[in-house]
Design a binder for this molecule. Structure first.
Ligand SMILES: [Zn+2]
Length: 152
């Protein structure tokens, strides 16, 4: 079973989240860090949830983390996996796990972000097992390189 072959609903950017969605269109995953206390937070917002400072800055996340917990939605028409992912920068966020075998997932497993098209203008960040990509090449190039290797 390959999880999540469903179309995700389009996000509706707000004034505060617009930079996040603009970056998502470029394949960049932004989070926010507080310049006062130094902690990163999710979701992006103008006030730091730890110290209430309004001195927050956008930060390009590495997009890597681990599964904090997950749940397989087996009763959906197209089964999918919801998960809380703890980013290497610290914050934990709710997302979807894709390109995975749900029965082989484990808490603590390394994952990394990728973007899936939504039914609107902006792509949505989801995560896949980090073991799917042992390369730093862009995914499309890596996939075509793998196909070329398979053809040999
Ligand atoms: Zn702070």
């Amino acid at each position: 079973m390959n999880a999540l072959e469903r179309v995700l609903p389009a996000p509706i950017p707000t004034q505060d989240s617009q930079p996040f969605w603009d970056a998502a269109k470029e394949g960049r995953f932004l989070i926010k860090r507080c310049a006062n206390c130094g902690k990163a937070h999710w979701y992006p917002r103008p006030l730091c949830p730890f110290c209430l400072s309004d001195d927050t800055v956008w930060l390009d996340s590495a997009g890597t983390g681990v599964i904090y917990t997950f749940s397989v939605m087996v009763r959906a028409a197209a089964p999918f996996v919801l998960a809380f992912v703890t980013l290497d920068e610290g914050p934990t966020l709710l997302s979807n796990l894709v390109n995975c075998e749900p029965g082989a997932l484990a808490i603590g497993q390394p994952v990394r972000v990728l973007f899936r098209a939504s039914d609107g203008e902006y792509p949505v960040p989801v995560f896949e097992p980090a073991s799917n990509r042992q390369t730093t090449l862009p995914r499309a190039i890596a996939d075509s390189a793998l196909r070329a290797a398979d053809d040999r």
